[in-house]
Write a protein that binds this ligand. Structure first.
Ligand SMILES: O=C(CO)[C@H](O)[C@H](O)COP(=O)(O)O
Length: 227
């Protein structure tokens, strides 16, 4: 099966985890796009009543266009479940997110959610994190100094650009990707990055996910009760 088909498979599978009455965090990315598509179909044809909280403007726009009610995070008092994609997941189910520049909102939604499900194709499962560049959301003010400090630490930072323009997040911040190759101790790195002024949030999602749905060429694998 092609990667795109695996993304669709897990997106559609994840939509079946959503129950009537739930308040659901909706992630961002090309895999989540299929989840939202499937959820829109359930809302339209099964009279499913849910409220979605989107982790990006892109997801909010897609969900709204399909008739899914979207509320701002501060307009709900809890989230039952959040479903999101990931860029890498290691053997301890720690993850890297932010390939789509949405990890700040994604993390805020995730940590306010009772349960978190990640949906990935099998290429995202790795032994050790770090092949995927680690995204940081960085405040524009003083960002060159932050990048310089990261260079001095040997973290190979690169300001994310697209079509010769600096990429801006939904909060109008920059994204700096760290080309680390390997992250042997994600908790240690997360603590260090948490303490650096100017970095709003990093893409290490540690001890967050409860269920991972993996699209494999042999079918869908669901790993439950991770934590
Ligand atoms: O973290 C994310 C966006 O910030 C995405 O969830 C992650 O990049 C995976 O995206 P895709 O499903 O397109 O591979």
């Amino acid at each position: 099966m092609k990667q795109e088909e695996l993304k669709k498979l897990v997106g559609y599978k994840a939509a079946t985890f959503i129950e009537n009455g739930m308040i659901v965090g909706l992630g961002t990315g090309s895999t989540v796009k299929y989840l939202v598509e499937a959820l829109g179909a359930r809302v339209a044809h099964e009279n499913l009543k849910i409220i979605g909280v989107a982790t990006s403007k892109r997801t909010a726009d897609q969900a709204t266009s399909l008739g899914i009610e979207i509320k701002a995070l501060d307009d709900v008092d809890h989230l039952d479940l959040t479903i999101d994609g990931a860029d890498e997941i290691d053997e301890h189910f720690q993850g890297i997110k932010g390939g789509g520049a949405a990890h700040l909102w994604e993390k805020i939604v995730a940590i306010n959610s009772t349960k978190n499900i990640w949906i990935v194709d099998e290429s995202k499962m790795v032994k050790t994190l770090g092949s995927f560049p680690l995204p940081l959301e960085v405040i524009p003010f003083g960002s060159h100094h932050v990048i310089h400090k990261l260079e001095n630490l040997g973290y190979a930072p690169k300001l994310r650009m697209r079509n010769n323009e600096i990429v801006l997040t939904d909060s109008k911040n920059y994204v700096v990707d760290l080309y680390l190759k390997k992250i042997p101790n994600p908790h240690e790195l997360a603590m260090q990055l948490d303490q650096m002024v100017g970095i709003v949030e990093h893409g290490l999602f540690l001890d967050i996910v409860n269920t991972v749905i993996i699209g494999q060429s042999t079918g869908v694998k669901v790993i439950n009760d991770i934590r």
